[in-house]
Design a protein. Structure first.
Length: 461
């Protein structure tokens, strides 16, 4: 808990959705942030006599929620948005890998800034990046991404990705875009040892993250899992994203993706996978039995025509599920708060129809569910005393939302709500829709310049 001498911020007069185990909500309540922790949350005004109050916020007309948690992304893709817009996943990858294989440290840093800025100004307080493209001689890409997140002030998990199965081995990436098995494992271990923080209030964590069944060898998956467990960090990859992947796994390994992952040590409560669109009952049962998590990316799944993930069935079975933006070359908006709405709407097109998800389930996916998937549900994902002070104030009294009586319904079903304030670790990083830690306009300029530079290099190659 925060020490009694900690500086306090008092937030009052707002609706509050705590997303705790009982989905406790207050029509008009208060939050007290003490240092980097939530000290109290409840109905009505804050307690009298609080010491060291440095700021009081009258949040009338607002809804307070836990900060949003993004569980899958590829930041570098910010500078290749709007390309291959009419492709399925495999064709999209073939079209873009030659361009991605020419990124360098400056491009990666700038793209991370763009991706992080778009999420943070839309209510994301915990972000993650699955970075798996490491061209030879490209510089310290992992370090550049972590630096961008630290400067933004966002809590962050880097999933240090890797690929060692190129075109010559039957994979999709170009031969010059992959690492060796030994090189990938060594670089991943170095990244974990240098950057991973296992403490309660960690701002930076690292996961081991070979890219996908069709871009990594079986040995990289097996040894990657062993490495992660030896180092005590989590594991992440793509799984069951498309019917083409299902076919690929059956042809190459003689089994479907879930069985293949289990054979390589890749099911477990320390694992989460992106997409998981094409899952049968047996697959879902395996994920539930092992507590393997899922990063649900509804917009990207639709953009690449991958299909509709069986999220209601996963939740009923007890599978941890969070939300992901996915890379901005397959979800050009780059925002997570729109995924609350898209997750609800797209899942209602599936077998469960109107009973698939409701507004509060969607909000839970984007907050506590994401925290579960990242292994941080004891620290973030709900507004409870003792948890970290990652809080968002959404303005709900404007034209876009004022006539909707229930603020949670307004947030999920309505237009993207403005963020008046966003706090990470007790520090404000958004004020009236603008980032306080970085220059948004400068990031817009540099991301455009780096996108143009990458396009020139790719065209010349």
């Amino acid at each position: 808990m925060a020490p009694s001498a900690a500086q306090r911020i008092v937030i009052e007069n707002c609706a509050i959705a705590t997303v705790d185990a009982g989905d406790t909500e207050y029509a008009s309540g208060h939050l007290v942030l003490a240092g980097n922790r939530i000290e109290s949350v409840g109905a009505g005004r804050a307690p009298e006599g609080l010491q060291n109050v440095v700021r009081r916020i009258d949040a009338s007309g607002h809804l307070a929620t836990p900060g949003l948690v993004n569980t899958h992304h590829h930041f570098y893709q910010w500078i290749t948005r709007g390309l291959a817009t009419d492709h399925n996943l495999f064709n999209w990858l073939v079209a873009l890998y030659p361009t991605w294989a020419r990124i360098d440290e400056e491009m990666t840093y700038t793209a991370a800034q763009g991706s992080l800025a778009m999420m943070a100004r839309g209510g994301v307080t915990t972000a993650m990046d699955h970075h798996y493209v490491f061209p030879h001689g490209s510089g310290d890409l992992s370090g550049s991404i972590i630096r961008a997140a630290a400067e933004m002030g966002v809590r962050f998990t880097l999933a240090r990705g890797s690929m060692d199965r190129s075109e010559k081995d039957g994979g999709l990436p170009p031969d010059f875009a992959v690492e060796t098995l030994e090189g990938a494992l060594a670089a991943t271990e170095e990244t974990v040892r240098k950057h991973h923080d296992a403490s309660f209030d960690a701002m930076t964590q690292v996961a081991v993250a070979p890219c996908s069944p069709f871009s990594v060898s079986t040995e990289l998956l097996k040894q990657g899992a062993q490495l992660a467990r030896r180092l005590g960090v989590r594991l992440h990859t793509h799984g069951s994203e498309t019917v083409e992947e299902e076919k690929f796994c059956h042809e190459l390994f003689g089994m479907g993706p879930t069985d293949y992952f289990e054979s390589t040590g890749w099911l477990g409560e320390d694992v989460w996978m992106a997409h998981c669109v094409h899952m049968n009952d047996s697959d879902i049962a395996a994920f539930a039995r092992t507590r393997t998590g899922v990063a649900h990316c509804p917009s990207s799944n639709a953009r690449l025509a991958a299909g509709i993930a069986r999220v209601p069935d996963m939740l009923k079975a007890g599978v941890p599920v969070g939300l992901g933006v996915d890379g901005t070359a397959s979800n050009e908006s780059g925002e997570l708060h729109t995924e609350l709405r898209n997750a609800l709407l797209i899942n209602r097109l599936g077998a469960h129809r109107e009973a698939a998800l409701n507004a509060r389930q969607a909000l839970r996916l984007g907050t506590y569910g994401g925290a579960q998937v990242l292994g941080r549900d004891g620290q973030i994902g709900s507004l409870e005393p003792g948890k970290l002070a990652d809080v968002v104030l959404w303005r709900m009294d404007t034209l876009a939302h004022a006539s909707i009586a229930d603020p949670v319904t307004a947030l999920v079903f309505g237009a993207a709500a403005p963020v008046t304030a966003s706090f990470v670790n007790g520090e404000q990083i958004v004020d009236n829709g603008r980032l306080t830690t970085v220059d948004e306009d400068a990031i817009a300029r540099t991301t455009r310049e780096e996108a143009q530079r990458l396009a020139r290099i790719s065209a010349q190659a």
